[in-house]
Write a protein that binds this ligand. Structure first.
Ligand code: GLY
Length: 366
């Protein structure tokens, strides 16, 4: 295996590596240094083959257990209890390490189990979806859902290491690949380091065609931007980290309106990015040409550039009112002052917001 790329994240509890390479999960060198005396691998059953590779790489070292969860992994109290039960029955103590293998849901769930079991144990993120690799696995946000809302129960708990095996993307369903590309594009919009937005737009066909070099570069640059933002605002206190939610206020409303069953997160965020661009243009922050370019990039990645038919402005306003970014009942929104220049604003102009919602991010279409 070629040596992986290594990025570092400086967090309050210490620094940790993000390794990015192909075939990493079968390599003891990147796993063993981060494991305690006991380790429990908790994996999405859909990636059981990769679980086998990790198990072989760790064979012969201390206690090593494996728990496969039904796919898709549910971020529920019931799933959490299964992990706790396995840990307690297996006699796992405070110096154990959990390994989260799967998409963003597996990472969030296992991370939250690690944050809370015996008041906190170590864990490793081994994300197997593009969305998990470029976003959820880095930065220590862990959570489960409550029947009344997504990600409402959670904790900040940084991993000991993030192992991104690009080989996992070979078998990723097409739709999930595109969902991850929505988050990649988002990084180009909030931090256009070295023209990343243009790069993503220009390599859209290669990314969709799973060109290994293009995907490796997309993951490396996205994780680099995420690491910088997390280092600047680990607990989302200054507003810097909130910028990662560009397009998400609209996107979360779309997901909730659909009952989390139709579009996936990345698809909803993609439409949300175009709506955020539309609002930024209407409020005089973003040029129309840039807003139209953003819509073009979303479409080039095969993602939806408008909300689902039938979703009304009132639906958006009701659901956006529940966003976790809001403070004291005041809506907060991420806007663009240019490509690569995002800003968190409070109390967006209601008339302009209504225009965006009524136009469905329509920009210059009409
Ligand atoms: N996914 C947004 C964040 O990590 O803050």
């Amino acid at each position: 295996m070629a040596a992986p790329v290594e990025l570092r994240v400086r967090a309050s509890g210490g620094e940790y590596p993000i390794y990015i390479g192909s075939g990493l999960l079968g390599e003891a060198d990147y796993l063993l240094p981060h494991l305690g005396a006991q380790a429990l691998l908790v994996a999405d059953a859909a990636v059981a083959d990769f679980a086998g590779a990790i198990e072989r790489a760790c064979s012969g070292r201390g206690q090593f257990g494996r728990l496969l969860l039904p796919s898709p992994v549910a971020k529920t109290a019931a799933s959490l209890e299964r992990i706790y039960t396995r840990l307690i029955e297996g006699g796992y103590s405070r110096d154990c390490t959990l390994i989260a293998l799967g998409g963003g849901s597996a990472g969030d769930l296992v991370g939250y189990a690690a944050a809370t079991y015996q008041r906190g144990v170590d864990f490793i993120q081994a994300p197997t979806t593009l969305l998990g690799q470029v976003d959820a696995s880095v930065g220590g946000k862990t959570a489960i859902d409550h029947p009344l809302g997504k990600n409402l129960i959670g904790a900040f708990h940084q991993p000991r290491a993030v192992l991104i095996d690009l080989a996992t993307l070979d078998s990723l369903p097409e739709r999930e690949l595109r969902a991850g590309l929505a988050e990649v594009l988002k990084y180009g919009l909030i931090a256009d380091a070295d023209g990343f937005f243009d790069w993503v737009q220009g390599r859209a066909r290669d990314l969709l065609g799973r060109d290994p070099g293009a995907l490796a570069e997309a993951v490396r640059r996205s994780c680099g931007i995420k690491a910088e933002i997390v280092q600047a605002d680990e607990r989302e206190q200054t507003g810097a980290r909130a910028l990662l939610n560009l397009g998400h206020t609209f996107g979360h409303a779309i997901e909730a309106w659909q009952g989390y069953g139709d579009w996936n997160h990345g698809e909803a965020v993609a439409a949300g990015l175009v709506m955020a661009a539309d609002f930024s243009w209407r409020s005089g922050r973003l040029g129309l040409d840039d807003a139209v370019r953003i819509r073009g990039a979303v479409e080039a990645l095969g993602l939806p550039s408008a909300p689902p038919a039938g979703m009304q402005p009132e639906d958006f306003l009701r659901l956006m009112g529940r966003d976790k970014k809001n403070r004291a009942g005041v809506l907060r929104l991420i806007v663009l002052n240019g490509i690569g220049r995002a800003e968190l604003i409070a109390d967006p102009d209601p008339d302009l917001l209504h225009q965006t919602l009524a136009a469905g991010g329509g920009l210059a279409r009409g």
